[in-house]
Design a protein around this ligand. Structure first.
Ligand code: NAD
Ligand code: UFG
Length: 342
């Protein structure tokens, strides 16, 4: 089975490519490298021992897509490509709608034009807004997003639902990720944020490696056990394996499916700091700051539908996530740009 992976040089995409190759799938990566290093492709080849086919290009380029679909006859697309910085999306809404919504429309048109009607889409827990119920099941109503990035996910879900309804030949799986952290056990691929990280774990690892002085904890007055925000952190390798299960599900002609991908466990910011210390023996100095705009108190899922229907469940716990995030950071203190000892 031949799979186009858009955004396959990125954080979640690269881990997924490895899992797909290990399961014997024929993979082709399309990425414009706007948020990824070309070194990722070399490392994927090193780790997999296989040639990984790659085109540097943009999902908004219909001509390129049409050529690729005509030449390669993909059976399915796993669609990671998109811009994902929440704060930046507030500053640059048009860029986000154009890249994420516009790009996905172009991709879907090219898929339809070439008879490739199998799609796995990277959605997000952000579509639940401030969730109406905890733990969050897939039946929980979607909510008000607090930023354009979140709306792009919510709108794209709707667009793909409408498409599948109009043409039931489509199989569409919307995967709502909770908070991916961790890295491949080898420490050769991992998350490589540009500039100062927005997300908790890359911030913590950059404090640990000495690039940043201390962590700011955004609020300790939430209605949670220790007052700090609670999230459902999931190891990126578990998340990647969820995509392999989703590919199998597509092969059952599944129609439209929506799955939460998380562990079902909630950890506060201070829980993560403590687990990082337990796992790695490193203290993370922190200071309490005001709440960050748009944050919610608690977000964790009920992941049982993915288990029942796809046979998927997360295997790694928070300690593994902390250990593997640190292993990646300490071996690559400046991401992909240096730290390569070859
Ligand atoms: P990432 O930025 O590491 O990967 C996205 C990749 O897409 C990058 O390599 C980038 O170069 C590429 N890309 C962006 N726009 C493109 C375009 N127009 N054409 C071709 N390539 C393009 O992000 P990630 O963390 O791996 O996230 C992957 C997907 O999962 C994204 O859609 C993201 O919104 C979604 N998601 C991520 C998280 C998270 O916390 N990381 C949570 C929920 C959902
Ligand atoms: N936090 C801090 N300090 C930091 C960074 C984060 O205290 O420097 C706290 C946040 O306030 C929150 C928790 O750590 O309580 C997690 O924050 P992240 O930024 O790591 O993750 P979010 O849950 O805010 O957002 C993530 C993704 C979004 C996605 C959302 C829901 O970044 O893209 O999960 O899926 F939309």
């Amino acid at each position: 089975m031949k799979i186009l992976v858009t955004g396959g040089a990125g954080y979640i995409g690269s881990h997924t490519v490895l899992e797909l190759l290990a399961s014997g799938y024929d993979v082709f990566v399309l990425d414009n490298l706007s948020n990824a290093s070309p070194k990722v492709m070399e490392r994927l080849e090193e780790l997999s021992g296989q040639t990984v086919r790659f085109a540097e290009g943009d999902i908004r380029d219909k001509e390129l897509l049409d050529q690729l679909f005509a030449d390669e006859h993909f059976d399915a697309v796993i669609h990671f490509a998109g811009l994902k910085a929440v704060g930046e999306s507030v500053q640059k809404p048009l860029e986000y709608y154009e890249n994420n919504v516009g790009g996905t429309l172009t991709l879907l048109q090219s898929m339809r034009d070439h008879g490739c009607k199998n799609m796995i889409f990277s959605s997000s827990a952000t579509v639940y807004g401030d969730p109406a119920e905890i733990p969050i099941t897939e039946n929980c109503p979607k909510g008000q997003c607090t930023n354009p990035y979140g709306w792009t996910k919510s709108m794209l879900e709707q667009i793909m639902m409408d498409l599948q309804k109009a043409d039931p030949d489509w199989n569409v799986i919307l995967l709502r990720y909770f908070n991916p952290i961790g890295a491949h056990k080898s420490g050769r691929i991992g998350e490589n944020p540009n500039g100062i990280p927005n997300n908790l774990m890359p911030y913590i690892t950059q404090v640990a490696v000495g690039r940043l002085p201390q962590l700011s904890v955004f609020g300790n007055d939430y209605d949670t056990p220790d007052g700090t925000g609670v999230r459902d952190y999931i190891h990126v390798v578990d998340l990647a394996r969820g995509h392999v299960c989703a590919v199998r599900k597509l092969n059952e002609n599944c129609g439209l499916k929506v799955y939460n991908l998380g562990t079902g466990e909630g950890y506060s910011v201070l829980d993560v700091v403590n687990n990082f210390k337990e796992a790695n023996g490193i203290d993370i100095p922190y200071v309490i700051k005001p709440r960050r705009a748009g944050d919610i108190a608690t977000c964790y899922c009920d992941p049982s539908l993915a288990k029942t229907e796809m046979g998927w469940e997360a295997e790694y716990g928070i300690r593994d996530m902390c250990a593997d995030s640190w292993n990646w950071q300490k071996n690559n203190p400046n991401g992909y740009e240096t730290g390569d000892t070859e």
